[in-house]
Design a binder for this molecule. Structure first.
Ligand code: FMN
Length: 181
């Protein structure tokens, strides 16, 4: 499967979910690391507030922006912080090129769910991709993992076929340019 999982995890829950998904899908995985590790709950809150207000001198990812050109599907995982995705991750995603991709967000949380974070997510990944099939696990919020996984496999298949159709269209167009019937 031409899929990449990109994720951040402070305490390991999102990482555990990312690794389960990787083993079920058999795809690549990339952990996004901040320049300074996040500490306890209170320090995360104060750094998040700073990062959201003054991003220029806030937390940045040290992970290099990946080349996504070889992937049809990109899964993006994060912990929910104050109903949102971590700000440094949002800024990292802004630098990635999601054009033409199927983007699947997943998160772990206490109870809020992933929905409130998807507005920001859709802004940072841009309008030129399909943002679909979100998954969230928390104490008070549990999506059905098996049906999510089946849907993800279906979406990956559709995305791969879309790619094949595009390649065929390109080759038809170049045949026409060359005067081939
Ligand atoms: C600063 C901070 C803010 C949080 N805000 C929320 C929240 O708004 N809603 C929620 O359901 N969980 C919230 N949580 C709980 C985390 O989303 C949850 O513990 C998550 O599974 C941690 O993932 P990790 O182990 O990958 O870091 C918050 C946690 C922290 C540290």
């Amino acid at each position: 499967m031409n899929a990449l999982i990109m994720y951040y995890s402070r305490k390991g829950r999102t990482e555990q979910l990312a690794k389960t998904i990787q083993s079920d899908l058999g795809c690549d995985i990339l952990k996004i690391e901040p320049d300074k590790p996040f500490g306890n709950f209170v320090s995360v809150l104060s750094r998040e507030s700073h990062d959201r207000n003054k991003p220029e001198n806030g937390t940045h990812a040290v992970t290099a922006v990946p080349d996504l050109s070889g992937y049809d599907v990109v899964l993006v995982g994060y912990p929910i912080w104050q109903t949102e995705m971590p700000e440094f991750l949002a800024q990292f995603l802004e630098a990635c090129d999601f054009a033409g991709k199927t983007v699947i967000p997943f998160a772990t949380c206490a109870s809020t769910g992933i929905q409130p974070s998807l507005k920001r997510m859709s802004t940072v990944v841009g309008t030129d991709c399909d943002l679909l099939n979100p998954l969230c696990f928390g104490a008070g919020h549990h999506d059905d993992y098996r049906s999510w996984l089946n849907k993800t496999r279906e979406l990956a298949e559709l995305a791969a076929n879309k790619d094949d159709d595009r390649d065929q269209d390109d080759s038809d167009a170049s045949d026409e340019e060359d005067g081939n019937a």
